[in-house]
Design a protein around this ligand. Structure first.
Ligand SMILES: C[S@@+](CC[C@H](N)C(=O)[O-])C[C@H]1O[C@@H](n2cnc3c(N)ncnc32)[C@H](O)[C@@H]1O
Length: 456
């Protein structure tokens, strides 16, 4: 960390601003906004600066002298003369006074962050003076996610803080109470500044809480791998989680997005080796929720597509545990998009079939007659082992041996692999490559579009 982030109470404290042009005007606004007593030193003062000063500052119409820094909490050099700025910097350092030179990190012991001001909530962003443009971009990204009434909410929450602390003694439960509140109807009332409604909702929630708060399970789709494909809702769940149960299809980058203090429990299941049995996973979810925890069950792709999500929520429903299901981008969609294969096309495919190529015994048991039709796209999950049989059966049930097909390994991840071949040659083409799982197979005329769309 290059700089220590710190919020400084400057109200009523002496600060010095050297310069009185455009740049100085912006800093003056900030200093006055925070209640500082500002002395402005400059031979010439802009009308705008003069107007802003009114009764908040002293103006000294002269050049800066080193003794000006004495007794100041903070000094800001905002002139376009680098010699003056350097002199201000050196004088401030000599007297151990914090100094900022506008747009010059080398002549600053303190820098102004880029801010989002929803007072009393302030978000400050710094790139350590390296790129104001990047800081502005980060600010825009954060700003878009923040409710506009954040400041009003902070004020309501502050008024309830003491009361809630008395009512809920232990810290983790108290944190859950506030988190729950911000997810419920009280948050809208707070953001809207509807204080009466917010107060009555908080009061009701507090009474209900004291009768025993149940935990909550979010069954969350983590997408196929690229963390950028996580939904906003999934991210919010991860940021609030007390415990995250995840399996081997969830990428490490996604697991890393969970709240820093959340417990992370691996319950991975692989084809032949079941690390934790499904019944045990179901029981772990129930136990954690009964202990009052906010549980996130992270599943690769979408929980309801070959993910046994249905079984997990069935257990939760039976045990009367409150839950939600947060959909994710399934492997078929992620792999197709990242490999430039449109799954439907007006001329080539009018439907898509998601099928499992999992072996049952030694065979893949599917309705081959139906699947061999050529005006549809087949997406085969878990089809690597059964690939030779799948291709053989489709061809023997009438599918064109030249039907375009592709196998996508580690779809959406930086090391994604795509093996493309006519259906009859796909197993051999795949056998020649060192494939890293998981893999998805796409079969259909749309696969031929990939070359055009990839520019190949
Ligand atoms: C048990 S299923 C889970 C599917 C998941 N629920 C979904 O919606 O994507 C596992 C299969 O999904 C496919 N899969 C998951 N992630 C993948 C990825 N990044 N690339 C290719 N295939 C993937 C593979 O076929 C894998 O064998």
């Amino acid at each position: 960390m290059d700089y220590l982030p710190l919020f400084v109470d400057v109200a009523g404290r002496q600060c010095l601003l050297v310069g009185a042009g455009d740049v100085a005007h912006r800093k003056l606004k900030l200093l006055i906004g925070a209640g500082a007593r500002v002395t402005v030193v400059a031979p010439v003062v802009d009308d705008e600066v003069r107007a802003l000063c009114a009764d908040h500052c002293d103006i000294k119409l002269r050049r800066f002298v080193p003794d000006d820094v004495i007794g100041m909490l903070l000094v800001v050099a905002a002139t376009d003369d680098s010699d003056v700025n350097r002199l201000v910097y050196e004088s401030a350092n000599q007297h151990a006074v914090l100094v900022n030179t506008v747009d010059d990190a080398a002549l600053s012991s303190a820098i102004f962050p880029s801010i989002i001001d929803r007072s009393p909530v302030i978000v400050a962003i710094s790139t350590g003076g390296r790129s104001p443009t990047l800081a502005r971009r980060i600010r825009a990204l954060i700003e878009a996610r923040l409710p506009s009434g954040l400041g009003k909410a902070a004020e309501v929450m502050e008024r309830w803080r003491k009361h809630v602390r008395e009512a809920i003694a232990d810290t983790p439960s108290r944190r859950r109470f506030w988190d729950d509140l911000l997810d419920g109807p009280a948050s809208k009332a707070m953001y809207d500044g509807n204080v009466d409604l917010a107060n009555s909702l908080i009061e009701a929630r507090l009474k209900q809480w004291n009768r025993g708060a149940p935990g909550f399970v979010s069954l969350v789709g983590a997408g196929p791998g690229d963390p950028g494909l996580l939904t906003l809702k999934a991210l919010q769940c991860l940021e609030r989680a007390d415990v995250v149960f995840y399996d081997n299809l969830v990428s490490a980058d996604v697991v890393a997005m969970a709240r820093r203090d959340a417990r992370r429990v691996y319950v991975g299941k692989r084809r032949a080796f079941h690390a934790v049995r499904q019944e045990s996973i179901n029981a772990m979810l129930v136990d954690a929720a009964r202990a009052g925890e906010r549980v996130v069950r992270l599943k690769g792709g979408d929980p309801f597509i070959f993910g046994r999500g249905g079984e997990e929520i069935e257990t939760l429903a039976q045990q009367a545990i409150p839950f939600e299901v947060v959909p994710g981008i399934t492997a078929a969609l992620g792999c197709a998009s990242y490999a430039n294969i449109p799954l439907t096309h007006r001329d080539w495919a009018h439907s898509v079939r998601f099928i499992t190529g999992n072996l049952s015994g030694d065979h893949v048991n599917l309705d081959w007659q139906d699947l061999a039709k050529s005006d549809q796209t087949l997406v085969v999950y878990m089809g690597l082992r059964g690939l030779p049989e799948i291709c053989r059966e489709l061809i023997s049930h009438g599918m064109d041996p030249n039907m375009p097909s592709a196998l996508i390994g580690r779809g959406t991840l930086p090391d994604q692999q795509v093996v493309e071949a006519p259906l009859s040659g796909l197993p051999d083409a795949v056998a020649k490559v060192d494939i890293h799982g998981p893999t998805t197979v796409i079969i259909g005329r749309v696969v031929a579009l990939r070359k055009r769309l990839t520019g190949g």
